[in-house]
Design a protein around this ligand. Structure first.
Ligand code: 6CS
Length: 340
């Protein structure tokens, strides 16, 4: 009897609510996958995003760190299918799906000075205005793009020129433009997902790889190679997105919540990002004092910059006019960042 009364009451309340046109806020659990651990840059962003969402709504965010849902490509399939609501995937992997995203992989079109890097990502026209529609075409609502520090090359032997790199097998992420980059730089690149890299270094299947210092230190890549080289050719860049259908189905209030959380997490990580290179490097020096650290001189970099022209050409062949426009804008943004 009691149960029946309860059922009748809740049905009555529900019908009444609908009749009055009052919408009932629903508490959802949103799934968020990323390519890194909770203490890595992507994890710090995701944790801040989760905190803001959960502090300002009844929704919860469940974070899936690296490895829990397969490799980057697997997680992207799940995000596009709507099984995940949010995903952090880097252009180093997204390039196979979205060639324009490979603009972030073209060498020497991003600043290296930390403050300039911040301005480039926070205020640059290319980063903030030119990718939204392109990601949308793949069913993704782009929320944030941020750097994780300079890409640094770790190898078994020192190199100063493309000639020195001849015959060195360098692992890259799976975006095709990275193969073009390391071919242009004189090396023999091999693309593979993250999950295979440590084994490939241990078994000498590859002789080196590129990643930001914070990541090299966190995952012990310095212990598997002998030299790390600052070539100044790119920032490790990553992007956070929502499934577009999911995003479009949110109430205006929830859309604002997602945008606010993205903005707060972005500001937070951009402030941290300027310190990441220094932090990573300081830890490597402390824990691995014999590790050789090389910074290519401007003259040495000039040779790689010359080689990068072939990569720009390959990028434009893949990404077309839109890609060319992004590249030009990135160069302008890089110059503008210097003047701020
Ligand atoms: O090299 C990689 O595959 C990884 N590097 C970083 C900095 N983040 C995740 C990615 O999978």
């Amino acid at each position: 009897m009691k149960r029946l009364a309860k059922f009748a009451f809740s049905t009555f309340a529900m019908v009444g609510t609908i009749a009055l046109g009052v919408s009932v806020a629903q508490a959802d659990n949103w799934r968020y996958a990323m390519e890194e651990g909770l203490n890595d840059p992507q994890g710090l962003y995701a944790t801040k995003f989760k905190e803001v969402i959960e502090a300002n709504s009844d929704h919860t965010v469940q974070i899936y760190p690296v490895g829990s849902l397969g490799e980057s490509a697997d997680a992207m399939e799940q995000a596009q299918a709507g099984l995940l609501q949010f995903i952090d995937q880097s252009p180093g992997f997204t390039g196979a799906l979205i060639p324009e995203a490979e603009a972030f992989l073209v060498p020497y079109v991003q600043p290296t000075d930390p403050e300039e890097v911040r301005t480039f990502f926070k205020e640059g026209v290319a980063v903030n205005e030119m990718f939204h529609e392109i990601y949308r075409e793949q069913g993704l609502e782009l929320l944030s793009v941020f750097p994780e520090g300079q890409q640094v090359v770790t190898t078994m032997e020192e190199f100063r020129s493309p000639e020195d790199l001849a015959g060195m097998k360098i692992r890259t992420m799976t975006s095709p433009l990275l193969l073009e980059t390391y071919k242009a730089f004189g090396a023999s690149p091999i693309a593979m997902p993250w999950g295979e890299l440590i084994g490939a270094l241990k078994t000498n299947m590859v002789d080196g790889q590129e990643n930001p210092t914070i990541w090299i230190e966190a995952y012990g890549l310095d212990n598997l190679t002998k030299v790390m080289t600052y070539t100044g050719h790119a920032q490790y860049t990553t992007a956070v997105m929502a499934n577009a259908d999911f995003y479009d189905g949110l109430s205006d209030e929830d859309k604002k919540l997602v945008q606010d959380a993205s903005q707060q997490a972005l500001d937070y990580i951009l402030d941290l990002a300027v310190e990441l290179d220094e932090k990573g490097l300081a830890k490597i020096k402390e824990t691995n004092p014999d590790y050789k650290i090389v910074r290519l001189t401007e003259e040495e970099r000039a040779v790689f910059k010359e080689r990068a022209k072939a990569v720009e050409k390959a990028f434009i062949e893949r990404a077309g006019e839109r890609g060319a426009a992004i590249l030009e804008q990135m160069k302008k943004d890089m110059e503008a960042a210097k003047k701020m």
